[in-house]
Write a new protein. Structure first.
Lengths: 115, 114
């Protein structure tokens, strides 16, 4: 069974540009969460999607947005990139069958560098 | 708000040494607690978890006990190996939010020397 797949693995952009990152969850998983990982702030929750709806959001500006498709694949978009957006962006999926504390499965991440 | 504090790294140990990584938390409800591990170039993997007070999570020789009275969830291993070199994250999940929303500590980098 394939794991969580994130593309691209590495990305270099310049300030002011926008970027779209993609995440394919494990087959059968319906929930997708996104996290930003930086050396200074550590891991911070961005948002979670379930059944194409955002159901939870972290404390990030509106430049960060996401969506989920009917096949559970998810994309996140960052507009008007800033230097501080340089980070490893991690996607995680889970089955979300309603049980408590379902295990989250993480992808290897997309390393975004903003120059 | 909820938060997780874990000991600063890096931690450098010799093979077969004992490991303790401290983790304390602040939460308004009754969170579940987790330890995740991140090997170089990889995403996070769940190492162990505990869902209620006095539960002990264990996996691969690592263990941690949910201590409500001290709001702690310290990670321990009796004898570390070089292959344990990684970054370890303590995390909590508060039932007040979605199950997909984990609050992480800053991470502790462990290096084990042969």
């Amino acid at each position: 069974k394939a794991g969580v797949t994130q593309t691209p693995r590495y990305l270099i952009k310049t300030r002011g540009q926008q970027v779209t990152l993609s995440c394919s969850p494990i087959s059968g998983h319906r929930s997708v969460s996104w996290y930003q990982q930086t050396p200074g702030q550590g891991l911070q929750f961005l948002f979670e999607y379930f059944s194409e709806t955002q159901r939870n959001k972290g404390n990030f500006p509106g430049r960060f947005s996401g969506r989920q498709f009917s096949n559970s694949r998810s994309e996140m978009n960052v507009s008007t990139l800033e230097l501080g957006d340089s980070a490893l962006y991690l996607c995680a999926s889970r089955r979300d069958g309603g049980g408590t504390n379902e295990k989250l499965f993480f992808g290897s991440g997309t390393q975004l560098s903003v120059l | 708000g909820d938060s997780v504090t874990q000991m600063e790294g890096p931690v450098t140990l010799s093979e077969e040494a004992c490991l303790t990584i401290n983790c304390t938390y602040t939460a308004t409800g009754y969170p579940s607690l987790f330890w995740y591990v991140q090997y170089p170039g990889e995403g996070l993997q769940l190492l162990l978890k505990a869902t209620k007070a006095d539960d002990k999570g264990s996996n691969k020789g690592f263990e941690a006990t949910y201590r409500k009275e001290t709001t702690s969830f310290h990670l321990e291993k009796g004898s570390v190996q070089v292959s344990d070199s990684a970054v370890y994250f303590c995390a909590l999940n508060d039932y007040g939010g979605s199950q997909g929303n984990l609050i992480f500590g800053k991470g502790t980098k462990l290096s084990v020397k042969p």
